[in-house]
Structure formats: structure tokens, C-alpha cells
Design a protein around this ligand. Structure first.
Ligand SMILES: [Zn+2]
Ligand SMILES: [Zn+2]
Length: 134
């Protein structure tokens, strides 16, 4: 059993490999997430450091949420993340659209070998970004 100190409250907890915080702090962070999301929604131009300060959440945690695509900042906030593949500035997630497309293509062609035709998709995957636009 791997027991560690919680990064946040320093209590001992069973480390499972996916979080450096104890379950109680994780739960609290989950609640914080909504606070942060709300704050960003109301203050779309606030930089990440301000958000962290105002919501009392570590910057690293906010970055983590952004990487998980749970949070995204607007262009106006000046917050940028970098694509982990090509280094391009992005607003959310870990990879830019182009890299994502390439990865999805590889993924799909790997699993759907030799299908005679694929449906042309007209769907927009933009629902998440629209939230930021207004
Ligand atoms: Zn804790
Ligand atoms: Zn990229």
C-alpha cells in the first residue's frame, strides 16, 4: 500500500496514482471546479492567475482542468496553453485542433480498416466553445 501526504492538507491517504490529494481535498476541488467555471463565465477576460487567486485554487489545478478540457478560457483572457505535440497556442485541452485531427484520423483508420465509404459528417464539435463566446 502506498501512503502519502496530501499535497493540500498534508493528511495521510492511500495513494492510488491518479491524485496527489486526499479524497476529501479532491471532493473539495470538485466543488471548487464549479466556482472556477462560474468565475470564468462571469469574468471572461480574467487571466488565469487572477482566477486562481480569486477562487483560492492552485494555478496547477486550473491548468489541469484546462488540460482535461473541463475548463476553457476565452481568447480575451490571454490565457494560452500549448499543444503538447507542436507547441502551438491553444485555449483548452492538450493538443491543437490539427494535431487532434491527425490523431483521430490515425485512431479511426486503425480501427476501421477498409470500410468502403464513410458518412460525411456535418456535425459541429463547437458546442463547448460557444459557451465562451457570449
Ligand atoms: Zn487533503
Ligand atoms: Zn499541435
Amino acid at each position: 500500500m502506498d501512503v502519502r501526504n496530501c499535497k493540500r492538507c498534508n493528511k495521510l491517504f492511500n495513494y492510488t496514482g491518479d491524485s496527489k490529494m486526499c479524497p476529501a481535498c479532491n471532493k473539495e476541488m470538485d466543488e471548487k471546479f464549479f466556482e472556477v467555471r462560474d468565475y470564468i463565465y462571469k469574468n471572461p477576460t480574467a487571466p488565469m492567475s487572477t482566477v486562481a487567486e480569486e477562487c483560492d485554487v492552485p494555478l496547477q489545478q486550473i491548468k489541469r482542468w484546462v488540460k482535461e478540457e473541463r475548463l476553457s478560457f476565452s481568447k480575451e483572457s490571454g490565457v494560452t496553453m500549448q499543444c503538447e505535440n507542436c507547441g502551438k497556442s491553444i485555449l483548452t485541452g492538450r493538443y491543437c485542433k490539427e494535431c487532434k485531427n491527425v490523431m483521430t484520423d490515425k485512431f479511426t483508420s486503425f480501427y476501421q480498416e477498409k470500410k468502403p465509404e464513410h458518412k460525411s459528417s456535418t456535425q459541429s464539435s463547437n458546442g463547448k466553445m460557444r459557451f465562451l463566446g457570449n
